[in-house]
Design a protein around this ligand. Structure first.
Ligand code: ADP
Ligand code: MG
Length: 231
């Protein structure tokens, strides 16, 4: 329990810090991008290689910011009854280009009636983006990401997201959600931290099952119905 408490404390501190920093970085980033575009158009010599590096690094900074974009806009937080099906469909549309590029198919299945749930739609979208992005990234040669929405029991909705990637070794499973834990060359290790924090704030739970060489499944459980906090 102590371990879990400590992890949750770290999550809060890092989450708030990240949100503040993200917010501060976004405006100067926009200015930088604009002026670099202007500069590229007005420089006579061929510096295209330099410009490509600058632009790709800026894109990288942008993607880091995107991983906690929602936390960076706390004023936009608005909890209400929402259709998870609709939110998931919108998220998949957002990621469709990246999926096609990686030859990955995003499949969505609804099993039975899915009630609306009390949630913050942008935060939910952020969670789905982060988990689906990981699933796409873990299959560089293509594959299938299966998402299933169903009731777990009479009280709880379950969102199941499975990939066919190389899986996660058992000793690494407990590190998921740790701030800055990443196994990627250009990873941030922030996507799951942010996602776990959001689900925790929705009184939900994330569990992970994985088999090395076969794939990984994320299970997100959320209280269904009007409650959320105190049913
Ligand atoms: P990042 O994607 O920037 O590395 P995340 O917080 O999104 O940061 O993920 C942390 C780490 O968890 C990843 O680097 C990877 O090792 C592991 N991981 C997350 N999702 C998956 C997945 N679907 N399959 C295999 N490993 C995963
Ligand atoms: Mg990620």
């Amino acid at each position: 329990l102590e371990d879990r408490l400590r992890k949750s404390d770290t999550l809060n501190v890092v989450g708030e810090l990240a949100a503040g920093i993200a917010h501060e970085i976004r405006n100067p980033m926009t200015a930088l991008k604009g002026f670099i575009q202007l500069l590229e158009g007005s420089v006579k010599d061929d510096f295209s290689m330099y410009f490509n590096v600058i632009k790709s690094e800026l894109t990288r900074i942008e993607s880091i910011i995107t991983e906690f974009l929602v936390l960076a806009k706390p004023q936009a937080v608005h909890f209400e009854q929402n259709s998870i099906v609709k939110i998931m469909k919108e998220t998949m549309e957002l990621l469709n280009a990246q999926a096609i590029f990686s030859n990955v198919q995003l499949e969505l299945r609804e099993s039975g009636e899915i009630p609306s749930i009390y949630c913050e739609p942008n935060q939910m979208k952020q969670v789905f983006i982060n988990i689906l992005k990981n699933a796409i990234e873990v299959m560089p040669n293509g594959g299938m990401v299966k998402t299933i929405l169903k009731m777990k029991d009479s009280q709880n909705l379950c969102i199941q997201i499975s990939d066919e990637g190389n899986g996660i070794p058992e000793d690494k499973l407990k590190r998921l959600g740790e701030p800055f834990y990443t196994t990627k060359d250009r990873g941030t290790g922030l996507g799951l931290m942010v996602s776990y924090k959001i689900i925790e704030e929705h009184c939900g739970q994330v569990t992970v099952e994985s088999e090395v060489g076969k794939g990984t499944t994320f299970y997100i459980t959320l209280p269904a119905g009007s409650g959320g906090t105190d049913t």
